[in-house]
Design a protein around this ligand. Structure first.
Ligand code: FES
Length: 919
C-alpha cells in the first residue's frame, strides 16, 4: 500500500490484521510507543490526515493513501533514524519548558494529542487528554506545558546549576520521539519469544507435548522445565543476593500462580511464536491452592513450596529451620521497652486492623529485553531494568558465565516504580540467545504485565497505640501480615522496611513489631514505591489521628509532640544496623509549612451544599538509602569539549540524569551541557547496585560528586604547576583555570580523569507531610479533593522543578491506590483486571494540583546537601486522605481503596453508631 509518513512517500505491505502502530514501528518510526494494545493509554498516538488517533486501534491498511504524522515528523518532514530536529513544534518546546515528562514514554503520544487540540479543547484538558495516560508526572507539568507556562532553563545557561530548574539532558530526544527506549532498535535476524502461562493456581506439570508447536511454520524452538538450568534464584534483585530466597526456576515443573511461565516458544515472527504457544498441549496434576494469606500458616494449609518437591536445598541456601512453616517467607520482630507497661500508662488506646490492597506499578513501558551475541561473542542484554549490574550478575550465576562474558545495558526506561528491580524477562531471553546464537526479543503485553509481573504487597496491619491525655505516646504495637504471593522476591526487605520507619518516626519508650510475610498461590508481590511503608504508614498515621481526635488535640500538634528530633535515638525496632543519622532535619518545617498552607489555601470551592468538608494530614519518614550497603562508581574524563561522566544508574523517570549533570557541572564550575553522560551499562563502570530505594542522587550522585571534585582539583593543580603558582590561589572556571599568572585553558592540559565510589553509608532521613481538604458526598460516597499540599524535606533540592514533579507524581500514583486502583481475582486465583480499562489508573481529569513546599535544610551526608525524594511522597497520601474523610464524615476507613461504596457504607455505619450512642 502507499501512504505518506512524515512527509515521505512510503510503499509497504501491511500484514493481515496488523495495526498501524506495529506497521509504523517496523518502518523505523519508534516514536510510536506500545503501552497497552487496547487504545487505553495513548502512547501510540499519531496524526492521520491531521487528526489524532490511537495507532494500536487502527488497522494499518486504513492508512492507504493517507498522510500519517508521527512525533518524529511533527515539526516537519523527516526520515526514520534521525536525531532531534533543529526546530521543534511549539508543543514540543512547551513540554521542554514545563519539564512535562519524567520517563517520557507517554510524551510522544501526549504531544501528538495536545498539538491537535484547538483553544476550546485546551480549556478542558481533563476531557481532551482522557485517552492519554501518564504514570509519572501527576499531570500538572503536562497541564503547564499545554498552557505554555513552563520556565525550565537551558543547561548551557546554567553555570552553578545546583538549585536551578535545568532542563533534562535527554529532553530534546524525548519530545521529538528520538530517545531510544528498550526496544526502539532495529535488529536483523531477530527471533521472537512468547510464553505459555499457567491456567491453574497450583499444579504439577505432568507432560508438555511440543510436537504441534514445533510444526508451526517459523517456530524455531520450544523450551520447557526440562531445558533450563536447575538453579534456583530470586527475581528480586538486591546487592546481596541472599536477601531474597532462591525459590524460582527459569521454567519450573510446578506452577504456583495463574500466569506463571510454563513453556517458551521461539519463532521467526511474533505471530508464529503466538501460534506455537497456542499449539502446546500440557497435562497438569492440579493441586490444592492457597489463596488466603490468613490461612497460610495453619498446619493443614496447602504448601506453596512443598519441601518434598525438592531433592535437596538449592545451592547456597540453608535448609529452613524445622520449626518454620514452609509457607512462611519472611518474618520480622523487634521491640524496645515494654508495650504492656506503655498501654497501662495510656489514657486512650486505639486498636484496629488496616488493610492495604494489591496494586500495580503500571509503568507505561512494559517489561522487555533484547538479547544478542556481540562481535566478541559476549552475551548482551538490553533491558527495561532499574538494576543492570545486578541483572548481569544474576545471569552470570544462572548460566555459569564470567562477568566479562556478559553485558547488560539500558536504553531510556519507560517507568519503573520498583517493578523493574526484578529479573522477569532477561533470564529467558539470555537462555534463548545462548541456545540459538541469534538475537532474541521478548516484550510483555499489557495483559502479561497485569497477570504475570509483580505488585505491591497486600498487607493487613493491626496497630495498637496508646497516649496520655496530653498526647504523649506511651506504646506502639504493630502486627503485620504481608502476602508475598507465590514467590518471595522482596518478601523480607519489604517487611523489614515496612516495619521500620513508620514507627521510627516517633519517640516512644515502648514499641513492638511482629511481622510475617507468607506465601500464597497468587501473583508474586515485589518492590513497589515506598517499599512496604505506604501500607504500614496508613495504619500508624490513621491511628495517630484517632488518638488526636479522641484526646481533642490538633493532629499537627500531636505529631509535633511525638515526632523524633535530632538527639533522639533513631531506633525503631532494632531490626537493622544503626548507620542512620540526622544528616539534616526538616520535619518541624514540613509540619509548619503544610499546616500554614492548608490554613491559607482555600482551594476549590465545595461542590454543593450537600457535601461534607474535612481536613486531614499525615507524615512520613524514610531512611534515604537502603541498609547494608548500596554501591556506586563514577568515572569522569576530560574531553576536548567538556567531560564524559560514566555512571551506572538507569534513567527511568527518576530524573537522576539531569541531577548527575548538575552535580558534575557544579563541582567542575561549568554548565550541565558540557557533561556527556554514559550510563546504565555494565561496560561503563565497575559496579552500581542500581536505581532503587531513592539512591540515584544520594549514592551515585555522591560518587559523581567525589569524582568531579577530584578532577577539578587535579585540573587546578596541573594549571598551578604549569604557571608556578600556589594551587590555593587558582580557580577552575569553565574552560580555563584562573591563576594569578593568567588563565590556563583546559585544552592545553594533559588528558585527565578521576574515579570515585560511594557505599551508601551512613544514611540520613527525609520527611514528607501531606495535607488534604476534601468534600465527601454522604449520599453517594464520592470524594473530591479541594486542596492538596505536600511539604517535603529533601535537603538541598538540586532541581526544584524536577523534584516537584517527583512529589506530584508520587501523590498522583498514591491517590490512585487510595481511591480506586484494585486487583480483582476470580475464585480460582486468576487476575480479572487485565487492562487499563478495568484497572483504572489516574487520568488527567482525576488528579488535582498538589502544592509542593520544600523545607530549607542542608544534609551533611548527601552530595551537596541533597537527600532522596522519589518514592517517599507516596507514603503519607492514603492516611492523610483517610483522616480528611474521617474529619468530614465521622467515618474511619480502615481499608484502601476508598471506593464510593466503601465510603458510603462507612458513613452509614458511623451515623448509625452516633444515633445508637445518642439513644
Ligand atoms: Fe508519562 Fe512516564 S512521563 S508515563
Amino acid at each position: 500500500m502507499r501512504l505518506t509518513v512524515n512527509g515521505q512517500a512510503q510503499e509497504a505491505t501491511a500484514r493481515p490484521g496488523q495495526c498501524l502502530r506495529t506497521f509504523l514501528r517496523e518502518l523505523g518510526w519508534f516514536g510510536v510507543k506500545k503501552g497497552c494494545d487496547a487504545g487505553d493509554c495513548g502512547a501510540c498516538t499519531v496524526h492521520l490526515d491531521g487528526e489524532a488517533v490511537h495507532a494500536c486501534l487502527l488497522p494499518a491498511f486504513r492508512a492507504e493513501g493517507r498522510a500519517v504524522t508521527t512525533i518524529e515528523g511533527l515539526a516537519g518532514p523527516c526520515r526514520p533514524g534521525g536525531g532531534p530536529p533543529e526546530l521543534f513544534h511549539p508543543m514540543q518546546d512547551a513540554f521542554l519548558d514545563a519539564q512535562g515528562f519524567q520517563c517520557g514514554f507517554c510524551t510522544p503520544g501526549l504531544i501528538m494529542t495536545a498539538a491537535a487540540l484547538d483553544q476550546g479543547q485546551r480549556r478542558d484538558l481533563g476531557t481532551a487528554l482522557k485517552g492519554n495516560l501518564c504514570r509519572c508526572t501527576g499531570y500538572r507539568a503536562i497541564r503547564d506545558a499545554v498552557a505554555g507556562t513552563g520556565h525550565a532553563e537551558a543547561p548551557q545557561a546554567c553555570r552553578a546549576p545546583v538549585g536551578r530548574d535545568v532542563r533534562a539532558p535527554a529532553g530534546a530526544a524525548v519530545v521529538s520521539g528520538t530517545a531510544p527506549y528498550t526496544l526502539d532498535v532495529a535488529m536483523p535476524g531477530l527471533l521472537h519469544l512468547k510464553v505459555l502461562r499457567a491456567p491453574h493456581a497450583h499444579a504439577r506439570i505432568v507432560a508438555i507435548d511440543r510436537a504441534a508447536a514445533l510444526a508451526v511454520p517459523g517456530v524455531v524452538a520450544v523450551y520447557t522445565h526440562a531445558d533450563v538450568p536447575q538453579r534456583r534464584f530470586s527475581t528480586g534483585r538486591h546487592e546481596n543476593p541472599a536477601d531474597d530466597a532462591p525459590d524460582t526456576l527459569i521454567l519450573d515443573s510446578i506452577v504456583r500462580f495463574v500466569g506463571q511461565r510454563v513453556a517458551a516458544v521461539l519463532a521467526e515472527s511474533e505471530a508464529a511464536a503466538e501460534a506455537g504457544v497456542a499449539a502446546l498441549v500440557v497435562t497438569y496434576e492440579i493441586r490444592p491452592a492457597l489463596l488466603d494469606p490468613d490461612a497460610a500458616l495453619r498446619p493443614d494449609a496447602p504448601l506453596v513450596h512443598d519441601p518434598a518437591d525438592r531433592a535437596s536445598p538449592p545451592p547456597g541456601a540453608d535448609a529452613p529451620p524445622l520449626s518454620a512453616h514452609p509457607n512462611l517467607a519472611a518474618e520480622a520482630h523487634g521491640a524496645i521497652g515494654d508495650v504492656a507497661v506503655g498501654f497501662a500508662q495510656a489514657d486512650l488506646i486505639h486498636e484496629a486492623d488496616y488493610v492495604s490492597q494489591r496494586v500495580q506499578h503500571a509503568a507505561l513501558e512494559t517489561h522487555g529485553a533484547l538479547g544478542w551475541r556481540d562481535a566478541e561473542g559476549r552475551l548482551v542484554v538490553r533491558s527495561s531494568t532499574q538494576v543492570p549490574f545486578l541483572t548481569r550478575d544474576a545471569l552470570c550465576a544462572l548460566f555459569d558465565l564470567d562477568r566479562t562474558a556478559v553485558r547488560v545495558l539500558c536504553g531510556r526506561v519507560g517507568g519503573g516504580f520498583g517493578g523493574k528491580q526484578e529479573m522477569l524477562t532477561e533470564d529467558l531471553v539470555a537462555l534463548a540467545v545462548l541456545r540459538t546464537g541469534r538475537p532474541v526479543r521478548w516484550d510483555l503485553t499489557r495483559q502479561e504485565q497485569f497477570t504475570a509481573t509483580t505488585t505491591r504487597h497486600p498487607m493487613r496491619v493491626r496497630v495498637k497505640m496508646g497516649a496520655r491525655a496530653d498526647g504523649t505516646l506511651t506504646a506502639i504495637q504493630l502486627t503485620v501480615l504481608s502476602d508475598t504471593g507465590a514467590y518471595a522476591n522482596h518478601a523480607g526487605g519489604v517487611l523489614h522496611h515496612g516495619c521500620n520507619e513508620c514507627i521510627a518516626a516517633y519517640t516512644c519508650p515502648n514499641k513492638r513489631v511482629d511481622g510475617v510475610s507468607v506465601y500464597t498461590n497468587t501473583l508474586p508481590a515485589g518492590a513497589f514505591r515506598g517499599y512496604g511503608l505506604s501500607q504500614t504508614i496508613f495504619a500508624v498515621e490513621s491511628a495517630l489521628d484517632e488518638l488526636a481526635r479522641g484526646l481533642g488535640l490538633d493532629p499537627f500538634a500531636m505529631r509535633r509532640r511525638n515526632a523524633v528530633r535530632p538527639g533522639d535515638p533513631l531506633v525503631a525496632t532494632s531490626l537493622e544496623p544503626h548507620d542512620v543519622q540526622y544528616g539534616s532535619y526538616g520535619l518541624d518545617q514540613c509540619l509548619d509549612l503544610a499546616q500554614a498552607a492548608l490554613a491559607e489555601d482555600s482551594g476549590a470551592p465545595p461542590p454543593g451544599p450537600d457535601w461534607l468538608i474535612g481536613e486531614g494530614m499525615a507524615m512520613a519518614m524514610i531512611d534515604t538509602i537502603p541498609p547494608r550497603g548500596h554501591f556506586a562508581h563514577a568515572h569522569l574524563r576530560r574531553e576536548p569539549d567538556g567531560y564524559a561522566l560514566a555512571i551506572g544508574t538507569a534513567e527511568f523517570g527518576n530524573g537522576t540524569s539531569t541531577v548527575h549533570t548538575q552535580i558534575a557541572a557544579q563541582a567542575l564550575s561549568t554548565t550541565p551541557d558540557r557533561i556527556r553522560l554514559i550510563q546504565a551499562d555494565t561496560d561503563a563502570v565497575a559496579h552500581d547496585t542500581g536505581a532503587y530505594g531513592s539512591t540515584g542522587t544520594v549514592v551515585a550522585g555522591q560518587a559523581n560528586f567525589r569524582a568531579a571534585t577530584a578532577l577539578a582539583g587535579a585540573l587546578t593543580r596541573a594549571a598551578a604547576e604549569r604557571m608556578g603558582v600556589d594551587p590555593d590561589a587558582c580557580r577552575l572556571s569553565g574552560e580555563v583555570v584562573e591563576t594569578p599568572a593568567g588563565p590556563v585553558p583546559l585544552s592545553s592540559l594533559a588528558p585527565m580523569e578521576a574515579r570515585a565510589e560511594a557505599d551508601g553509608s551512613p544514611r540520613s532521613v527525609a520527611f514528607n507531610v501531606q495535607a488534604f481538604r476534601v468534600a465527601v458526598h454522604p449520599g453517594t460516597g464520592e470524594v473530591r479533593i479541594l486542596a492538596s499540599i505536600q511539604a517535603v524535606d529533601a535537603g538541598v533540592v538540586i532541581n526544584p522543578m524536577q523534584c516537584r514533579g517527583q512529589v506530584e507524581g508520587g501523590v498522583a500514583q498514591a491517590l490512585g491506590a487510595a481511591l480506586y486502583e484494585d486487583y480483582r481475582f476470580d475464585a480460582a486465583g486468576g487476575v480479572l483486571t487485565q487492562t487499563f480499562r478495568n484497572y483504572h489508573i489516574p487520568a488527567c481529569a482525576d488528579v488535582p494540583d498538589t502544592r509542593v513546599l520544600f523545607a530549607d535544610t542542608h544534609d551533611r551526608i548527601g552530595p551537596l546537601g541533597a537527600k532522596s525524594m522519589s518514592e517517599s511522597p507516596y507514603n503519607p497520601v492514603a492516611p492523610a486522605l483517610a483522616n480528611a474523610i474521617r474529619d468530614a464524615t465521622g467515618a474511619r476507613l480502615t481499608a484502601t481503596p476508598f471506593a464510593p461504596d466503601r465510603i458510603f457504607r462507612a458513613v452509614m455505619a458511623a451515623v448509625a453508631e452516633r444515633e445508637g450512642s445518642a439513644t
